[in-house]
Design a protein around this ligand. Structure first.
Ligand code: SF4
Ligand code: SF4
Length: 190
């Protein structure tokens, strides 16, 4: 049987889906889950089944969207850890995140002015018509990027340019900085 958790995102898929017929209850997905929202326990869908299955902890079911945010591609992962750990292909995660990130490039400096530190990345982008919007992390990052796209904007996600920010105390931590991206937008055909 198929157990769905969370809700359908923009891609039409559920956040987490577990095929309980394939799941053997090994618990590998629960071990690697950084948010510890998975566990192995009694199958709540098929009450006649005796073998344990993977499931999302009940108290976490309404928070899946937020809890799974650290595993989004923007954080450097290509596959959610739970999915990668499952040898039986029993657990899957919505690919809506990947669709949002498709086409986004983290572009290297392009002008000699920036390469020679005569111009910040932000200044360079402004010259190219990009408007800096804000810095945020998931899940709002993907949502905002998608909304701008729907409004017919080009969207560029950039690593946080600490040379342009006034307060960078929290950005000194590499892992923390990796989580956040700056959203730039530009009207199409500009
Ligand atoms: S890793 Fe796969 S088979 Fe093992 S408990 Fe998790 S979903 Fe089931
Ligand atoms: S996507 Fe990440 S946080 Fe969500 S269940 Fe899988 S491993 Fe855990």
């Amino acid at each position: 049987m198929i157990a769905n958790y969370g809700f359908k995102d923009g891609s039409g898929n559920w956040y987490i889906t577990i095929d309980t017929d394939k799941c053997n209850g090994c618990g590998k997905c629960a071990v690697v889950c950084p948010e510890k929202i998975l566990e192995v326990g009694q199958d709540e869908i098929d009450i006649f089944r005796e073998e344990p299955v993977a499931l999302v902890k009940q108290e976490e079911c309404k928070k899946v969207r937020y809890r799974c945010a650290p595993c989004r591609p923007g954080y450097g992962e290509t596959l959610a850890p739970c999915v990668a750990a499952c040898e039986r292909n029993a657990i899957s995660h919505s690919d809506g995140w990947e669709k949002v990130y498709q086409g986004f490039e983290f572009k290297p400096p392009t002008s000699h002015l920036q390469q020679e530190n005569l111009m910040t990345r932000e200044e360079e982008l402004r010259k190219q018509g990009w408007e800096k919007r804000f810095i945020m992390d998931e899940p709002r990052l993907s949502e905002m990027a998608e909304q701008y796209r729907e409004l017919d904007f080009e969207v560029l996600l950039e690593p946080v340019d600490t040379s342009s920010e006034e307060c960078i105390t929290c950005m000194k931590d590499h892992h923390f900085r990796q989580r956040y991206k700056t959203i730039y937008t530009r009207k199409k055909n500009q």
